[in-house]
Design a protein around this ligand. Sequence first.
Ligand code: ADP
Ligand code: ZN
Ligand code: ZN
Length: 716
Amino acid sequence: MTPARSLRGPFDYLLGAALGDVGVGSMLLVPFGGRRLLGVVVEVAEESELAPERLVEPLAALEADVPAELVRLGLWVAREYVSTPARGLALVLPPGTGTGAGRGLSARRSLTAALTDDGHAALAGSARLGARQRAALEVLRGGPVRVSVLARDTGCDHAGARRLERRGLVRLEQAIEAGRRPEIRSVGARAKVGTLTAEQRDAVAAVVARMDAPGGARRDLLLQGVTGSGKTEVYLRAVAAALERGRSAIVLVPEIALTPQTAGRFVERFGHTVAILHSRLTGRERYDEWARLRSGEARVCVGPRSAVFAPLERLGLIVVDEEHDASYKQEGDPRYDARMVAERRASECGAVLLAGTATPRPESVHRLERLRLRHRVDGRPLPPVEVVGMAGVGGPLHERTRDALDDVRRAGGKAIVLLNRRGWANFLTCGACARVWGCPSCDVSLVLHRRERRLACHHCGHRERVPAACPDCGSVSPARHGIGTEQLGAELERLMSPLPVFRLDADTAAGAGVASTLERFDSAEAGVLVGTQMVAKGHDFPDVTLGVVLDADATLRFPDFRAEERTFALVAQLAGRSGRGGRGGRVVVQALDPSARALGHAAAHDADGFLAGELVRREALGYPPFGHLIRVVCSSPEPGPESQAAAAILERIDAPDAAVLGPAPLFRLKGRERAQLVVKGRDRSGSITAVRRAVESVAAEREHRGASYAVDVDPQ
Ligand code: ADP
Ligand code: ZN
Ligand code: ZN
């Protein structure tokens, strides 16, 4: 596992007898140059191109290992997303391993082996047993023994013990100390689900039928269910069906801190069988949950995108909840898309893929077989949505919005208000000389955060004091433009008094924490939850009667082919938070251009109409799912090398069927000049190969040393 792009491997080592059972997925400590590095076995070969005297032996085999299936998956990710094998493999290794020397990993906590009844019988009878296996079983007759001790005394190591376990002759256990399991608190409605609705029943039956279908059958499903239609219950039953069949399941969810409710339901239903991998875990907790999955003690893994690599065997189901959510794409290398990885992993191991959402992506509608939940579980209609135009309106709120909020205030109800921009004001200018305060490292303007008395860059984290005077002209009249959640929160406190206002955005999440804000809003009698798109995630608060979206078409003003899809999903998801209880609900959407297509469809709860139009548009333009995009960004600290590198790559991309757009300059980010190429082609693997070759050849050249390269397949 070397992080260097130039040392890709795989490297050959000599497998001596001393290490015993080593197979694909075994983890080894190996000498590498003058260092000791962690290695993963990707193949066991009979011969090597290296002369025997040049082959060295690994130093040790570690106790932890990875299923062979995951080794293949990690290597696939490396290829598919134009990364290195080490980075792809790092995704599937035990947490804390990554690339590097694997320090502290070896025998953290040991696995204990105990003889089963079948094991006793095997010893007594004439079962086929190797010498080491027999020796191990003999030792175990005296009682459970740690696997590491067993390996030392009998030569039957970890992998050997696993084989005995698979034959049912021993039981391997990894006791978890009490109180160490991470806790998950559930927020929001906790209704007991008695009987399924007819639609839910049909959906569950369809999933189970795919699970039981013969090998080679298609098993990828899209559960398109309106908000409040009970998708989670379908996932729960599908997981139960997998467990009943002796199979395991992965449930991918957007960031857990934002949707503790969903994860909580899985723990409520399946208890200790569930392992949760979320970002708040300590390194040790993360490793423990991983080990519980690896040992088979936990059979269900709930977590964000990285949980798609959970070390489960006999996988029967992968659920992707809220499949439209952008968090499924990893931002750093390897820039994998967990939805695509889930599809790949499911098809490789014959598991069912079940992606679910109220607002599916055009890609999913095009690729997956669709199941529908057309009605909310309680039979209530979706709330009416009114789109109001903001042209000529002074202040952040339209009259209709004010009226609706006032109704909530007088009734003592609850409302959710969404503005996808944090801070107090978007930017600051000098009233006298028109100077704009910008980030020194990025070509963007700084956002005013009033409580902190700071200007902040939302791209690189740069912060500076709010200026008392303009450094260019000395004027003391800086003007604030635009409104963010901080200012909107203050405005709502004034308007909605005495109702409490709860703010939820990246700034408050860092302080009070998301879960506690959601809990306080949930348990309040009345109040307003205001924030960024965080407030539109799958929360289930039955007493919310009003949803408001401000500046709903802001997303449409970005030049991005996904702008329409994002806008539609944001509005439809927020609308889905309203009117889940007996008091009904309504939604007001403010936009500069209320006639925008995405808003019209969202207001009519018309996902099908939106998707149909979107697919036509995408096909005409060759965008996903009808073509594949690959983005290459070259960057350098000084202007020059980035554009020369991009031009050189453009020259070398050999993909006759693909169009290459650019190089186009991008705005400076984190102190780096950037240039971008976009490759658009119908032949996915051909385009990926062509880009990989071009980037590798340019990156290897002396004259392009000054540039760095980032390749993004399926950019979001
Ligand atoms: P979705 O994810 O589709 O928006 P949820 O899964 O959050 O919907 O379900 C909405 C609410 O309906 C939850 O409180 C859930 O417990 C409840 N629910 C789900 N199925 C049923 C059912 N069959 N009968 C009654 N309540 C149900
Ligand atoms: Zn000035
Ligand atoms: Zn910046």
